[in-house]
Design a protein around this ligand. Structure first.
Ligand code: NAP
Length: 435
């Protein structure tokens, strides 16, 4: 790529994919040409667009830009920057690898790919002295990757919390706002376009886990991939839990948590209860937020729309501008993991828990349950008991406890004849004070 500096400098771009985000990127590049030229000193044009079927008429762009042949983009010496927006692992991985091998810069929004093959691609980009940028892969329009890469170099980060899946945040917000059951809130989310027809990736926590793997890698310069991130989804959250939580002044979120424990790292996704005054508790609907804690920065929260064609495209275009404006790879472009880090075991993490138990309504039950918890040194902070016909419900909040001990106690509790349904604890996040 020639040096930027005057607006006569021209950059030709290749686009892979012309779906929701791809078509918006094309339109933004054309509509925001002056702003991009002012910011980068270059005029940017889309020279070729890869699609699967060129015979489909597309209104947004002239037909002669479309090609079905990736080689046309790869081999074009004028195209120095390529934007991958086809999604999935293959052929995206193969395409990006070939582009980086040729020294072409790449922008992608592909969280699945980066959470599984990111390190390989980051290293390859570094080796080939080119750049790969991926702002849109996490939290849509929120510039969190840029902040982590460029503004947090000396922040001494200790934890990254994220509400990084808009679908689940929308569902949980609806359940809290209206008292709706999980199934009804999901159906509403699908009807209003906030959830896919097949919402499995979102509600299982897997989409959030992919994004947390990327965030943790960048925040802690460590190799964290999707398989290192255990996740629990929101399928088992009941409207009863939500109403009890409200009485306890807590609100429920699907939270991604990446934390340092000394030299070890722990990254997970799970439904968590937050105090109403926690900054993340106010993030509602399909919005996303990332909350950073560091020794040198105290706390910083970034929030905004986590998806949407135009919002995501704006993040892609800002990556394009950043690449053009920073021609030479230096420390800011180095996202290859450089730190060897062990993983901190889930069992050792100390957490606070909420637990709702459906039990026989008979004398001595609470004492029997308290005994089992006591035997495992799990101490109860508060209990609410409520009769429900033949059964009663116990809602318990526990003091911070090592997770292994809590799980052992819970297994014993679950096996007691007085327990009437599968106990499903929810972690209570105490703004990082629980360790
Ligand atoms: N949409 C969002 O709000 C959002 C937010 C954040 C990140 N992202 C990420 O952005 C990327 C694109 O998402 P999207 O919503 O734009 O998806 P999309 O609407 O499904 O668009 C993908 C496009 O890529 C094309 N494509 C797929 N395989 C191809 C191949 N082998 N060769 C050429 N074209 C191919 C598809 O063509 P056909 O029409 O022929 O299938 C489709 O037009 C994904 O990685 C996604 O995770 C999206």
């Amino acid at each position: 790529m020639a040096a930027a500096g005057s607006s006569t400098h021209r950059i030709s771009i290749g686009l892979l994919g012309f779906g929701t985000v791809g078509s918006n990127v094309y339109n933004l590049i054309n509509n925001q040409g002056i702003e991009i030229a002012q910011a980068t000193g270059a005029s940017v044009t889309v020279k070729k667009i890869l699609v699967r079927d060129v015979s489909i008429p597309r209104e947004d762009a002239p037909q002669n830009l479309f090609t079905e042949n990736f080689e046309e983009i790869l081999e074009d010496p004028e195209i120095s920057l390529v934007v991958e927006l086809i999604g999935g692992i293959e052929p995206a991985f193969d395409y990006i690898t070939s582009l980086l091998e040729r020294g072409k810069a790449v922008v992608t929004a592909n969280k699945q790919l980066l959470s599984q093959k990111g390190f390989y691609l980051f290293r390859l980009a570094r080796e080939k002295k080119t750049q790969i940028r991926f702002e849109a892969s996490v939290a849509g329009a929120i510039p969190v990757i840029k902040v982590l890469r460029e503004s947090m170099i000396a922040a001494d980060l200790t934890s990254v919390y994220g509400i990084v899946n808009g679908t689940t945040n929308f569902i949980l917000t609806e359940m809290s706002r209206t008292g709706a059951k999980y199934g009804d809130a999901l159906a509403n989310a699908q009807e209003w376009g906030y959830a896919e027809a097949d919402p499995t990736e979102d509600i299982s926590g897997k989409d959030a886990a992919a994004k947390m793997a990327i965030l943790a890698s960048i925040a802690f310069h460590a190799a964290v991939s999707l398989e290192d991130v255990a996740c629990v989804g929101i399928e088992h959250i009941s409207s009863l839990d939500i109403s009890y939580a409200r009485n306890l002044d807590l609100t429920i979120k699907l939270l991604g948590v990446a934390k340092l424990y000394g030299n070890k790292i722990n990254v997970r996704v799970y439904p968590a209860l937050l105090k109403k005054d926690h900054p993340l508790a106010t993030v509602s609907g399909a919005y996303n937020a990332v909350f950073l804690k560091g020794n040198a920065i105290d706390e910083i929260m970034l929030s905004g729309p986590g998806a949407g064609g135009m919002e995501t495209a704006s993040a892609v275009v800002s990556d394009i501008a950043a690449i053009i404006a920073r021609e030479k790879p230096g420390v800011l472009e180095n996202v290859a993991p450089w730190r060897e880090m062990e993983f901190y075991p889930d069992d050792e993490v100390i957490s606070k828990f909420y637990l709702r138990l459906e039990v026989e309504d008979e004398p001595g039950v609470l004492a029997e349950i308290a005994q089992v918890f006591g035997d495992h040194e799990v101490s109860v902070e508060s209990v609410i008991q409520q009769g429900r016909g033949a059964h009663a419900e116990l809602v318990m909040v526990f003091h911070p406890v090592k997770e292994a001990g809590f799980r052992e106690a819970l297994e014993k509790i679950a096996a007691l004849p007085v327990i009437k349904s599968q106990p499903r604890p929810i972690r209570v996040e105490d703004n990082g004070n629980e360790q």
